[in-house]
Design a protein around this ligand. Structure first.
Ligand SMILES: C[S@@+](CC[C@H](N)C(=O)[O-])C[C@H]1O[C@@H](n2cnc3c(N)ncnc32)[C@H](O)[C@@H]1O
Length: 219
């Protein structure tokens, strides 16, 4: 997976609008005071005002961050010492979060990579961890496009072909991987946005796709 977020940070208007849209879809109007929330806050922590506005408590927020430099620069880290910070890749953090006794009500997994093998591995770890359960509301963001053909072939060999019918919408696939065969995926929504740079000037074009879901157990 890519090791860094975009150079210009997460303060653009389009990212800000998307962040609000995402949390509106996940938990609009809900009181989050008793909810456990998993997020990637990055350096800026710009999701925190949204979460606190909805009543979230710092001690119920879990932030995973694999880049120590990001944490070293994050002012929110010093300001809110009760936030549970796991300074690891999510794949490594998941068993530690489980061991600490959490289960997640809301998660916004704002990845900065496209569909790739480490991402799928992380989604599978999440699925098998018991950290997300039926009723967990989940949003995933990833870079749209530029997947390696071998990744698509890998996905086709490992996962049911019907999940791959919607490879154009990678979120659909990601959600089905997390849900596995045990749960159905409901409440799907998908949103694309052009966040940083443009294809035209040769800088990175990132389209995040967000999907909210809640898993309901198959009968
Ligand atoms: C896209 S930014 C988060 C932006 C934030 N959600 C916002 O709305 O401002 C992703 C952050 O999570 C970290 N990150 C990305 N993938 C990760 C992973 N698999 N495990 C742990 N941290 C990750 C990156 O280092 C980066 O700081």
């Amino acid at each position: 997976m890519a090791k860094r977020g975009p150079r210009i940070g997460y303060k653009t208007k389009v990212k800000g609008d998307n962040r609000i849209d995402q949390w509106s879809a996940l938990a609009f109007g809900l009181d989050l005071s008793a909810s456990t929330i998993l997020v990637f806050l990055s350096e800026e922590g710009l999701e925190l005002p949204i979460l606190f506005d909805q009543g979230a408590k710092a001690e119920n927020i879990i932030c995973v961050e694999r880049d120590p430099n990001v944490l070293a620069r994050a002012k929110w880290y010093r300001k809110h010492p009760k936030i549970n910070v796991y300074p690891h890749d999510l794949n490594v953090a998941i068993p530690k979060i489980v061991k600490d006794g959490f289960h997640i009500d809301y998660a916004n997994l704002d990845f900065c990579c496209q569909l790739c093998v480490p991402l799928v591995t992380t989604l599978v770890t999440l699925r098998d961890s018991g950290l997300v359960l039926p009723g967990t509301r989940l949003s995933v963001t990833m870079i749209n496009g530029r997947e390696q053909p071998a990744v698509i072939e890998y996905c086709k060999t490992e996962y049911p072909v019907e999940w791959l019918n919607s490879m154009g919408e990678r979120m659909n696939f990601a959600m089905h991987v997390i849900a596995g065969r045990k749960y159905s995926v409901t409440g799907l929504g998908c949103n694309k946005y052009q966040s940083y740079g443009t294809k035209k000037n040769g800088t990175t074009a990132l389209c995040g796709c967000n999907m909210q879901w809640s898993a309901a157990e198959f009968n």
